[in-house]
Design a protein around this ligand. Structure first.
Ligand SMILES: [Zn+2]
Length: 676
């Protein structure tokens, strides 16, 4: 099937190698004629090569280019040529990059370099040549790695799409999907191809699939809403757009789209939907839980659940005592709704029937407290928006152990949950790590989460709370996320903290490091700390030792990010990821990388972003370990990169390491000790 398409396209091409090679020598000649003279004492090619690589990480690209070319004067080395090519490619100079890759390939065959040649030709708009080069990789010789064929198919598909050949695009993307059945981006590309050929139904189902696989592609909701609107499904289109607006409120066209759609949804429909939701809430009881043994002796933690709202709706499974400014102010019945509303500096508390129980002005201290003694019942809070502004944000009813405190915050009411630290961990540990992971990984997560929270006690990093419930601190989703295996892990590590220099470590962790964690100073600009030193997340000797010497050469870093090297965290969709974006991305310039290849500073047009702001500058960017190459984005890992890689911890546990081994691996010179 595929071969037919390829042979048709193959006829049209020039010889891309010859063409590119001529260019290579031409550009090398021209460039050396106008390059500034360098004073070099020793013209050892290896030394020059090393100098060039160091410049690359500091963002001194012009200097790097000069060093590479000096090295090439001494010896035409295919590796140096490939690194120079990589430098050009990263700088968006695709035709020069293609020429250098071709020159390197003349000296030595290498399928990764062939793939990059095809990529550069594609980004340079030379679709026929791209297809011809990619074709060599689609019917590979033995031993070629899978990722090379995959990206060759993607390139061919994108070429076909760019040339308006939707049928061919469908075939290439389908073949790519056979190699990587869980690739959300390829599902999206295939959906685009179907949409272009008028098959809206198939396009819709693939778009939905892509979104299910990868919620960071939330902008697909716009395409989904478009098709639903065309099909007259206004209600569905409305909720698709609402999801997009929750993740990225300011996305162009969303609020106007919502307004337009709302006018087309009959009032009666909306009312009946709300009625269904309300009756569901009435019939669903607040869950009962088993309290922590000895909960009175556990440290109490304050977690900010909601802030900046003007009303709250709460209920509880048992009678609720209200305390107002330190004195008892009333009681509510079990399962009775309590509404707190703010107007001006005053608030009122009403029962479900609308009867006003309290009306008061907020004063400085001891605000409104709701308690349910015993710790068996829970509070349910309606419409909690968690992780607002993140692509995984959600609006849900959630239930929590402990007591609740309502106070007047900066932008409205704040709701804080007060509970024993280990009961908080019951919910945090499974929210942060797959509860099905091996036990030692769960134990490691329990210790890390406890240390993190413990180190924040009393610091008031959030107004009136120690922590918030979002991933900014630790994901705290309430009792519904609790799981027997993780509860057991919290109990089995009772009171255990990760200590460094005798103090509780603010033990950072994140989903997936892509194979190497980062130094803390490169992420938050804080002082370097041994406990947060970047670590290889693979055993010594993996991949024949190819990735042992950091910083890697620019080409090896490129290969590291695009391929699937061995690592403890390899078995996860976030280990390596890929995006196709629109061409405006050409304005993206990487200014600096740290020695592990993570971006430290990036420029988009005139704007500069550093550290963690790099990720937020691009909605949906999972990590800073990224390559931007024209319309393609290649990434590795998920999260900030400091401390424990959670997928890596799971991988290590599977290989038989204990939780103390795991913690020792990620946190240099730390110890685990029970303190309560
Ligand atoms: Zn890892």
């Amino acid at each position: 099937m595929t071969s037919h398409v390829l042979s048709v396209e193959g006829k049209m091409l020039l010889n891309p190698f010859k063409h590119a090679l001529t260019l290579a020598f031409y550009s090398l000649f021209v460039l050396s004629a106008c390059a500034p003279k360098l004073i070099i004492k020793e013209s050892e090619p290896v030394k020059l090569f090393k100098e060039a690589n160091a410049c690359y990480y500091r963002g001194e690209y012009k200097e790097a280019e000069n060093w590479y070319r000096e090295s090439l004067k001494a010896k035409a080395d295919p590796e140096v040529l490939a690194n120079l090519a990589c430098l050009y490619k990263d700088g968006g100079r695709f035709s020069e990059a293609a020429a250098c890759y071709a020159a390197s390939l003349e000296l030595k065959k290498d399928s990764f370099r062939t793939l990059n040649l095809a990529l550069c030709l594609f980004q340079d708009g030379k679709y026929a040549e791209t297809s011809a080069v990619a074709e060599q990789l689609i019917y590979p010789e033995a031993g070629q790695e899978k990722f090379i064929k995959f990206y060759a198919l993607v390139l061919s598909g994108c070429c076909a799409q760019a040339s308006g050949k939707t049928k061919a695009a469908e075939i290439f993307f389908s073949s790519a999907l056979e190699l990587e059945p869980l690739s959300a981006v390829i599902k999206q590309k295939l959906a685009e191809a179907y949409a272009a050929s008028g098959d809206a139904a198939r396009a819709l189902s693939l778009y939905k699939d892509a979104l299910r696989l990868d919620s960071s592609l939330y902008r697909i909701n716009l395409k989904i809403a478009g098709i639903q609107e065309q099909q007259g499904k206004f209600r569905e289109a409305y909720s698709s757009l609402s999801r997009l607006s929750l993740s990225e409120p300011g996305y162009p066209g969303v609020s106007s789209g919502l307004k337009k759609l709302a006018e087309r949804i009959p009032d009666a429909d909306r009312k009946s939907e709300e009625a269904v939701q309300e009756s569901g809430r009435k019939s669903k009881k607040c869950p009962e839980v088993k309290p922590l043994a000895g909960r009175d002796k556990n440290p109490v933690i304050r977690v900010l659940l909601v802030s900046g709202v003007d009303s709250l709706r709460i209920k509880c499974g048992s009678p609720v005592n209200f305390t107002l400014f330190g004195r008892k102010a009333g009681t509510a019945f079990p399962e009775q709704e309590i509404r707190v509303t703010l107007s001006g500096g005053s608030f009122s508390v009403k029962d479900g029937a609308g009867k006003e129980l309290i009306k008061e002005r907020f004063k400085g201290h001891d605000p409104l407290l709701f308690e349910n003694p015993g710790g068996v019942s829970t509070f349910t809070i309606y419409d909690v928006t968690l992780n607002k502004g993140y692509f995984w944000s959600k609006n849900e009813d959630r239930s929590y152990r402990g007591a609740l405190e309502v106070s007047l915050g900066e932008n409205g009411l704040s709701l804080v949950n007060l509970l024993p630290l280990d009961e908080y961990l019951y919910s945090v540990v499974p929210s942060e790590i797959r509860a099905s992971s091996d036990r030692e990984a769960l134990l490691a997560q329990a210790v890390v989460a406890r240390s993190y929270a413990y180190s924040k006690l009393g610091l008031k990093t959030h107004p009136s709370a120690d922590l918030c419930a979002d991933v900014d601190c630790q994901a705290y989703n309430g009792v519904e996320s609790e799981f027997p295996g993780t509860t057991e892990a919290v109990e089995a590590t009772k009171g255990e903290l990760l200590l460094s220099g005798g103090k509780a470590v603010t033990a950072f962790f994140f989903s997936n490091c892509g194979g190497h964690t980062r130094n803390v100073e490169d992420v938050w600009g804080s002082d370097p700390l041994k406990v947060f030193k970047g670590k290889s997340d693979f055993p010594p000797g993996a991949d024949g030792g190819l990735y042992e010497d950091w910083p890697l050469t620019p080409e090896l870093l490129d290969r590291w990010i695009k391929s699937e090297p061995h690592a403890y965290c390899v078995k996860d969709a976030h280990f390596r990821w890929f995006r196709v974006i629109d061409k405006s991305a050409n304005e993206i310039k990487v200014v600096k990388r740290d020695i592990f290849g993570y971006i430290k500073e990036v420029r988009i047009g005139e704007k500069k972003f550093t550290g963690e702001r790099v990720r937020s500058a691009f909605s949906g960017l999972r990590s800073n370990l990224v390559k931007f190459e024209g319309s393609f984005v290649y990434g590795a890992g998920f999260g900030h990169g400091v401390g424990m890689c959670q997928d890596g911890a799971a991988g290590m546990a599977k290989k038989g390491f204990s939780y103390k081994d795991i913690l020792n691996h990620y946190f240099t010179d730390s110890e685990v000790k029970a303190v309560y």
